[in-house]
Design a protein around this ligand. Structure first.
Ligand SMILES: [Zn+2]
Length: 58
């Protein structure tokens, strides 16, 4: 019996500005563009993240 213990995590795209993780490249790019321009995060965009700094803080 073959066992595959190697877990392949789904690919995520990280916003390099705020570190939020997205499963869609589009959202990661949107987030990054927003973060860079506004020096803050767009909560509407962030809500599409699968992981972000806001949920960790609470
Ligand atoms: Zn961001």
């Amino acid at each position: 019996m073959k066992q595959n213990n190697k877990q392949t995590s789904p690919q995520t795209f990280i916003c390099s500005e705020c570190g939020s993780a997205y499963k869609d490249k589009e959202w990661a790019e949107k987030c990054e563009a927003w973060c860079r321009e506004h020096k803050s995060c767009n909560l509407e965009v962030i809500s599409h993240a699968i992981e972000n700094n806001f949920s960790k803080q609470q």
